[in-house]
Design a protein around this ligand. Structure first.
Ligand code: BES
Ligand code: MN
Ligand code: ZN
Length: 510
């Protein structure tokens, strides 16, 4: 889908809906000067008055606004909004939007709220306060763009709200380079998150492995420094990617291995991002019941996220090498499906006994990880996968499970997630449990009966990290890939989870 047009311009001829920012006011974090609520309200109104001055409102209008804000008791907390209609006057609608303490996350919440409340307005203007930072503009842009996302196939009415004008701080005719850079970052995030959401929302009849690879080739075409490589079943067989072939074997729509590489000149660090790309997961011969299968078009959300993050890194020309790898396959039920009891030989030679054909994600990831370790020798490997239902049982709808032996990697990822507005929680890699992965006939079994489903999947993946065991992190994002209802900057359906965190992490690592 097309992104909303968001640009900087002056407040001249303000009409339609105009958003005025209301801070929570005062330094509410310090206990020493505990400001009274009257003082806070005064600070809030002083800030509002400055913005209104730029709209050239007269004294009578200011009195109206003061009375209105007092009446609704606007708290200024992030994302709280009160509308003041002004029929016959200009602007004809004021939206008072809270930005709390003014952190990036507060602005993101404010942007999301504005996008939803103003969705039927033809235009929206947002008056930026004097103390607005590039991080605030980034948060605002992300909130506006991500919350106004929608996925439609076929005929569609165009959205009413198409253009948003951001009015730079007073005195400035145009936005400073810093603020413009904040908006550019938000746009790169939004474009790649929207691509990840589109890919994930796409029904699986259309979304074959070949289709997915083509779609990414199209997105990468023409960007200098970006290259794609796609291996078809013949190439996969020649090079020994037998787990990807086994998982994809039951489908008439054959598997692919997609590699997207961002390689800027002079880059020293190299990060490999691997994403699970099961375009539909029936469970295979161990077929899922409808309740577990109906949303399994999202089982490639990890692949969508690593592709999105890598495209964004290229768009921002981040000075590090990034390779996204997506093993793409449909786990179908057919005459050529792989079976429980089969033994597959992964890329690099490790063998897995199939205990459950529904534990297919770790099989294809095993091939991809072994390939990355042996052939690309990166400085770090991060994999993202909708790997287990158990992850959501442990952590709920919005928080992904993070596994890593590296405290540095775990901490930096958690920090990136926190600023990006995504949530993750570190889980243990219990060595004691690893014995359960032993097989009588192969190196590993692909699933066990001992419980701890998300953790066991992580321990299984660890077997493919080779010498990079301590430079590896695994994110089980099964639940957070999808939202059952709109929530803040998330819209119902695919969330694009991981694009924002990975991009933040890459920015910090570059
Ligand atoms: N794609 C599923 C995991 C999943 C479930 C993702 C629900 C998102 C929501 C995965 O391939 C799977 O089926 N995992 C099995 C593993 C089991 C057989 C060891 C599971 O979680 O039941
Ligand atoms: Mn499965
Ligand atoms: Zn799956």
């Amino acid at each position: 889908m097309l992104l909303l047009d968001i640009r900087f311009a002056t407040a001249r001829n303000a009409s339609g809906a105009v958003a005025v920012v209301v801070p929570a006011g005062g330094d509410t974090t310090s206990a020493s000067d505990d400001p009274s609520s009257a003082q806070l309200a005064a600070a809030r109104f002083a800030a509002v008055r400055l913005s209104l001055g730029r709209l050239k409102l007269g004294p009578a209008d200011l009195d109206d606004v003061t009375a209105f804000l007092a009446d609704v008791e606007h708290s200024g907390s992030a994302g709280t909004m009160h509308k003041l209609p002004r029929p016959g006057r200009r602007p004809d609608r004021l939206l008072f939007i809270g930005v709390g303490a003014g952190e990036e996350a507060d602005w993101r919440a404010a942007g999301a709220k504005l996008a939803k409340s103003a969705s039927s307005e033809p235009t929206l203007m947002v008056v930026l306060p004097d103390d607005v930072t590039p991080a605030a503009v980034r948060g605002l842009g992300e909130g506006l763009w991500l919350a106004s996302y929608r996925f439609r196939l076929g005929a569609d009415d165009p959205p009413a709200l198409r253009r948003i004008v951001l009015v730079p701080p007073s005195g400035a005719v145009a936005a400073s380079a810093d603020l413009a850079a904040g908006l550019a970052l938000a746009k790169a995030v939004a474009e790649s998150t929207v691509l990840a959401r589109d890919l994930t929302n796409m029904p699986s009849d259309e979304k074959t492995p070949a289709w997915f690879a083509k779609r990414v080739e199209k997105a990468a075409a023409g960007v200098p420094g970006l290259t794609t490589t796609v291996r078809d079943p013949k190439a996969l067989a020649e090079e020994g990617f037998n787990a990807i072939l086994a998982v994809g074997g039951g489908s008439t729509r054959g598997p692919r291995l997609l590699e997207l590489s961002w390689r800027p000149r002079g880059a020293r660090r190299h990060v490999v991002l691997i994403g699970k790309g099961i375009t539909f997961d029936t469970g295979g011969i161990c077929v899922k019941p409808l309740s577990g299968m109906k949303l399994m078009r999202k089982d490639m959300a990890g692949a969508a996220a690593v592709i999105g993050a890598t495209l964004a890194a290229a768009a921002l020309r981040l000075p590090l090498r990034v390779t996204a790898i997506a093993p793409l396959a449909e786990n179908a039920l057919g005459a050529d499906s792989f079976r429980p009891g089969d033994v597959v030989r992964h890329y690099g030679g490790t063998t897995s006994e199939i205990y459950n054909t529904d534990a297919e994600g770790r099989l294809v990831l095993g091939d991809a990880m072994a390939y990355a370790v042996r052939r690309l020798r990166p400085d770090a490997i991060i994999d993202l996968a909708t790997l287990t239902g158990a992850q959501g049982v442990a952590l709920g709808k919005r928080t992904a499970a993070l596994y890593s032996h590296s405290d540095t990697l775990a901490t930096s990822l958690a920090e990136a997630a926190a600023t990006a507005g995504e949530s993750m929680w570190r889980m243990p890699l219990h060595d004691d449990y690893a014995d359960a992965l032993d097989s009588d006939v192969a190196d590993l079994v692909n699933s066990t009966d001992i419980g701890a489903g998300s953790l066991m999947a992580a321990l299984y993946l660890r077997e493919f990290t080779g010498g990079l065991r301590d430079q590896w992190a695994h994110l089980d994002m099964s639940s957070s890939a999808w939202a059952d209802s709109a929530d803040g900057e998330l819209t119902k359906g695919a969330t694009g989870w991981g694009v924002r965190t990975l991009l933040r992490w890459l920015e910090a690592t570059a």
